[in-house]
Design a protein around this ligand. Structure first.
Ligand SMILES: Cc1cc2nc3c(=O)[nH]c(=O)nc-3n(C[C@H](O)[C@H](O)[C@H](O)COP(=O)(O)OP(=O)(O)OC[C@H]3O[C@@H](n4cnc5c(N)ncnc54)[C@H](O)[C@@H]3O)c2cc1C
Length: 420
């Protein structure tokens, strides 16, 4: 991109915008060391309150929602401006945890599929730092078969009554609204009887609980809906066309994972798990810097990371110029998950037993690697599992035949499900 982009609502060139951002950031945002950023603990409410406060500052300063349309609270500028801003804000504390899922997935989906009112109200509230948006898709009966959700929405006298349960909802405890997929017609095949709803999370009829993970984190939530009542205006898109909305949502999620969303503000890692482990530093700290086997392991992980960066760049441009279909984002998502696993496995292999023993300050740095190992597979589950990603690549990109499905074309109420 050049700095002469003109399809904008501002008279600033990209360079002028960047200069204005540089001056404003220095005056208004706290400085951080970009190589050792302070990470927000996503399981703590205080982190979300802080993120909202920082987002409000950005909004008041005129640097929030850079790529969202002006009528929904954004600046209506194109990606060149966002990238210029990202380069400028590297040294400052940013509300990074609002990027996913609020901006890159939920607000992006509402922008594509929501009603005018939903766009005006929800997107602008998020940009102002007033609201957090989350995703309520997976269910206790399984998340891979998203079109098989059994949370039900029944229409009675102008009201939708919701009964069912959702799970693995990232940061829902801090959320204000959730995009929730429910079944509204049981007499048609599974993809045809779904509707997406925008649910206010503090409504009566919702019980929310935190889920404790093996690493001690409690960011995920599960929600139980018992007669939750929603108005017709809660429907996103059209009734029984929820699969179209969900597909769009998954598309935005895959783009976000690879860092390919124009709605993400700031480019730094959003949490410590996204920072690549320092294999070389680790080898030296454990006295193995000259060990050829350790050098081999570290070299393999580093090579994979470089290939991943090249792949992201290639796929991003190939989707943009139409030489790969939008589903090709799945390639990035799969490679990202596998690279993360290799990097964490390599770090633990180098740390050895020190990675699983915490004997106080001297070893806590290595023990972190053991804790991180416990969540090494999150990238291969979030936003759909790696197996499902391979299915998408095989069927939608390479054109292989679709896998057999006993429920294809069968009315959902006649599909055999696990019943006792
Ligand atoms: C970090 C993270 C964040 C998440 N955030 C959210 C969120 O905000 N909102 C939300 O709704 N959900 C969220 N999830 C849940 C996630 O979407 C699900 O975990 C995922 O879709 C898999 O569903 P499941 O765990 O129920 O596994 P299942 O669907 O039960 O699958 C179990 C295993 O079977 C395999 N499998 C299933 N079907 C097939 C098939 N057809 N072919 C080959 N293999 C198959 C799967 O790959 C998996 O290995 C999150 C998960 C993680 C890890």
């Amino acid at each position: 991109m050049t700095d002469t982009v003109t399809s904008t609502q501002t008279t600033d060139s990209v360079a002028e915008f960047a200069a204005r951002a540089r001056a404003w950031l220095a005056e208004n945002m706290p400085r951080v060391d970009p190589d050792h950023p302070p990470f927000s603990v996503r399981a703590e409410q205080a982190s979300w309150d802080r993120a909202k406060e920082l987002q409000k500052r950005l909004y008041e300063g005129g640097f929030a929602g850079i790529c969202f349309p002006r009528e929904y609270g954004g600046l209506g500028l194109d990606y060149a401006y966002q990238r210029a801003f990202n380069a400028e804000c590297r040294n400052y504390e940013m509300p990074l945890i609002l990027n996913t899922p609020t901006f890159t997935i939920c607000a992006a989906t509402i922008l594509d599929m929501g009603s005018e009112t939903q766009k005006r109200e929800r997107i602008s509230a998020a940009i102002r730092g007033d609201e957090i948006l989350v995703q309520l898709l997976s269910e206790p009966s399984g998340g891979s078969d998203l079109a098989g959700v059994i949370t039900r929405a029944d229409y009675q006298d102008g009201t939708w009554i919701i009964n069912g349960a959702k799970t693995w909802s990232t940061s829902a405890f801090a959320g204000d609204y959730g995009l929730m997929l429910a079944r509204t017609d049981w007499t048609v095949p599974k993809h045809e009887g779904l509707t997406m709803f925008l649910v206010p999370l503090n409504s009566p009829g919702i019980t929310m609980r935190r889920i404790k993970e093996v690493n001690g984190n409690e960011e995920f939530c599960e929600e139980f809906f018992d007669g939750l009542e929603l108005g017709e205006d809660a429907v996103v898109g059209e009734v029984n066309k929820g699969w179209e909305v969900a597909t769009r949502q998954l598309h935005h999620e895959r783009r976000a994972v690879g860092g390919g969303s124009e709605f993400a503000s700031g480019t730094a890692a959003e949490n410590a798990n996204e920072m690549p482990p320092d294999h070389v530093g680790l080898a030296e700290a454990t006295g193995q810097g000259d060990d050829p086997r350790v050098q081999d392991l570290a070299g393999r992980a580093l090579t994979r990371r470089i290939v991943k960066e090249q792949l992201i760049d290639h796929v991003f441009h190939a989707i943009a110029d139409g030489s790969l279909p939008p589903n090709a984002g799945t390639l990035i998502r799969l490679f990202h998950a596998e690279t993360t696993e290799l990097e964490v496995d390599t770090a633990l292999a180098i740390a050895g037993t020190a990675g699983v023993i915490d004997e106080g300050d001297d070893f806590s740095e290595f023990a972190d690697i053991g804790v991180r190992y416990l969540s090494r597979q999150t990238g291969s589950l979030g936003g759909g599992s790696s197996e499902m990603a391979r299915n998408v690549i095989g069927e939608r990109i390479l054109g292989f035949p679709r896998e057999a499905a006993a429920d294809r074309g069968v009315p959902f109420n006649q599909v055999k499900r696990n019943k006792s």
